[in-house]
Ligand binder design. Structure first.
Ligand SMILES: [Zn+2]
Ligand SMILES: [Zn+2]
Length: 368
């Protein structure tokens, strides 16, 4: 009898996810089957559920996961560094497979902009075999072309999933666009996983002072506790943008404002505020506007007058995921990444999604 694997499936917008069972997959040509140790829940999953981002349904959700290789195609299988993969290896993988043939992939060399990227847990329906193409399941079927990365021996599953897709997302935007120098002040707007990842990497890239603007207070306390930032501005106390600007200026040299502002809030109004928080000639990275929440008024005069440098960045590709995993042995020494996790059983996926939607935890993960 074929083994059955449980998975959390979204069948319709705004409906609770269903736990369904599918036959255990066999590896496809050049592919691998991974037993999932943890699957992360990210803000994007809430947008998928509420229909803010459209996905094919039914779908096994989960675009961030880690696990152990359960089965491999007999063809030679290697990780992204060319080393052979074996059953039992602890791995993580880039959640998307760009086509590698289009204008965006080959001419622009921006694989994140590939229009025909296949993304596990986001645009792969469970209606056909192998069904299990999302992380919120006992197993996931990885196809040929997936960048599989072996987890370094001294790094735990919990530490890899703690930042989820936020880690590579922050690295993509920061490494490709920003120049951060010793002595710099970096202001990060938003204290969700992307904000925490951006704060942590700002420090790694050389910033002297990292100021996190966010809420609720419990998240800010946790950020300070794990050393993700140096100082915080609690938006529950400083509710007015003018008050936040005033406070930030007081915290920076000669009250200039931040050398670098990284927007990770996802609220359109945060973009207008980012232009104010940046010092003259400063850099602004807009990282958090993953969902289209509509237009927002900004005063473009400030961009010209302050000679701001403004960048946008979307998701991540394989290279950023590799960088992320390679950064973890150092990150885990400096920050208690495991402290970010709240663990739920796969069967409690709806409770976990509600907790994320309410902003009541920093990083919810499912343990199938
Ligand atoms: Zn995500
Ligand atoms: Zn492409």
């Amino acid at each position: 009898m074929t083994e059955l694997i449980k998975a959390a499936v979204l069948t319709a917008v705004n409906k609770p996810l269903e736990i369904q069972e599918f036959p255990a997959p066999a590896p496809s040509t050049g592919g691998a089957v991974v037993t999932v140790a943890y699957a992360g829940i990210c803000g994007t999953d809430i947008h998928l559920k509420t229909g803010n981002l459209s996905v094919p349904m039914p779908i096994v959700m989960g675009h961030e996961a880690v696990g152990t290789i359960a089965a491999l195609d007999p063809a030679p299988s290697t990780d992204i560094n060319g080393a052979p993969l074996r059953v039992g290896d602890r791995v993580v993988w880039s959640n998307n497979i760009p086509c590698g043939r289009c204008h965006e992939c080959l001419v622009l060399k921006e694989r994140t902009l590939c229009k025909s990227r296949k993304i596990y847990g986001i645009n792969r329906t469970s209606s056909e075999a192998p069904h299990l193409l999302g992380g919120m399941a006992g197993q996931i079927a990885l196809e040929a072309g997936t960048a599989i990365i072996r987890i370094p021996d001294d790094v735990t599953f919990e530490e890899v999933i703690a930042l989820g897709c936020a880690g590579p997302t922050a690295l993509h935007g920061m490494l490709e666009n920003l120049t951060i120098h010793p002595g710099d002040t970096v202001a990060v707007q938003g204290s969700g996983p992307v904000g925490l990842a951006a704060a942590i990497y700002a420090k790694q890239m050389g910033a002297d002072q990292v100021i996190l603007l966010g809420a609720p207070a419990s998240r800010l306390e946790l950020a300070l506790e794990i050393g993700a930032c140096d100082e915080v501005i609690d938006m529950g106390i400083y509710t007015d943008p003018a008050a936040r600007l005033e406070k930030l200026r007081q915290m920076t040299a000669q009250e200039r404002g931040a050398d670098v502002v990284i927007e990770c809030a996802g609220v359109p109004a945060a973009v207008a505020e980012s232009l104010d928080l940046a010092r003259p000639n400063g850099q602004v990275l807009i990282l958090g506007q993953y969902t289209d929440h509509g237009a927002t008024p900004i005063n473009p005069h400030y961009i010209t007058k302050k000679q701001l440098k403004i960048f946008g960045s979307w998701g991540f590709a394989e290279a950023h995921y590799v960088k992320y995993v390679e950064s973890l042995p150092q990150l885990r020494k400096r920050h208690d990444l495991g402290a970010l996790l709240t663990v739920f059983a796969l069967e409690d996926v709806n409770e976990a999604m509600d907790t994320v939607a309410a902003g009541q935890c920093t990083k919810a993960v499912l343990k199938p």
